[in-house]
Design a protein around this ligand. Sequence first.
Ligand SMILES: *[C@@H]1O[C@H](CO)[C@@H](O)[C@H](O)[C@H]1NC(C)=O
Ligand SMILES: *[C@@H]1O[C@H](CO)[C@@H](O)[C@H](O)[C@H]1NC(C)=O
Ligand SMILES: *[C@@H]1O[C@H](CO)[C@@H](O)[C@H](O)[C@H]1NC(C)=O
Ligand SMILES: *[C@@H]1O[C@H](CO)[C@@H](O)[C@H](O)[C@H]1NC(C)=O
Length: 311
Amino acid sequence: MSRQYLLTVLAVLATASSINAQILSCADVECPITKGITSATCTVVDKIFNAVGVVPLEYIGDDLKGLSWTKAVGAVDASSDREYDQSFYLGTPLGVRLPASCAVFFNKVSDRVRFGDDDPKRSKGTCNQAMTDGCINALIKRALEVDLSGNDTCEKLQTEFLGNLDSECASFATGNNWVDVTAVDLVGDGSPQPIDSHKNASSDCWPTSPKNNDLRLVHSTNSTGDFGAETMVKHFFGVTPILTVFFPAGDNEASVSQAEAQLTCIKAIDLTTTSNATQTQAEGTSDAIRGSGVSMVLVGIMTVVFAAMLA
Ligand SMILES: *[C@@H]1O[C@H](CO)[C@@H](O)[C@H](O)[C@H]1NC(C)=O
Ligand SMILES: *[C@@H]1O[C@H](CO)[C@@H](O)[C@H](O)[C@H]1NC(C)=O
Ligand SMILES: *[C@@H]1O[C@H](CO)[C@@H](O)[C@H](O)[C@H]1NC(C)=O
Ligand SMILES: *[C@@H]1O[C@H](CO)[C@@H](O)[C@H](O)[C@H]1NC(C)=O
């Protein structure tokens, strides 16, 4: 292990454990509220979401301050099942030039990837809580050991993770290998572009912070499930690990001087400005009211889904 590499890993770990467990919700980014209920209906271009989570990336350098990931989840009912859309957006300060970089999404992980035993609808934390330091280190090490030069870096990363499951991460995969890993090139040909004001005309929501960020739709997955509440909670509020890898590339002016990888564990949070107000009011009164406040939020999301089905 080279010294420089070790220093990179240590630097990443140091920042990873020092940041606060902060995932912003619809209450923070002020998603529009669905009429008559407490849940959100957040339209971004042609997608409609009911819950979001926003997590800042760690400090990479002065030229790259303020990047963040947003996970936004929506659901539509078909006749026999419910279809979920989980979409991932990169938030960047206006005009930032991205260095060569890939985002690696671990779309399918085991139920052990969670923030403790807290209510999954509201739970938040960092990767140190959702996984283990050993697994985080192994993922970062593996990414930085891939030959990141050349044109097909993201493909190489995807192949590397699909073919190799580190023992430290074994309990976080659903089988003997990672499955459903997607790596997206953030700057190459055909890479995701910021949503421009023309495309944005249909949006009523901008789930990022600060509000003047650009947003790029980087990745989305569709899944289906039955109509049960448990299925809904799992699809809406599951944790997705995203490994963001920045690497030097000669022809990129914004290039970083050495490769860096960081893991973000992101999930949507069941909180809106209205449900927060309801909950805050309930705090001083009885548990019964507080309890019903929370289940109302779930009912709220379900109502949206049923309304969408009838429309
Ligand atoms: C929730 O409500 C409390 C009390 O009004 C407020 O202090 C807090 O900032 C709100 N949280 C969010 C995320 O909006
Ligand atoms: C990368 O792509 C460019 C343009 O398509 C090509 O000129 C260059 O040789 C490629 N580099 C490598 C290492 O494959
Ligand atoms: C897109 O629309 C939303 C909602 O109207 C707005 O908050 C946001 O600033 C807009 N962004 C761009 C880039 O036009
Ligand atoms: C997911 O489903 C929506 C609506 O049915 C569709 O517009 C979108 O293209 C699908 N996305 C993927 C990644 O399949």
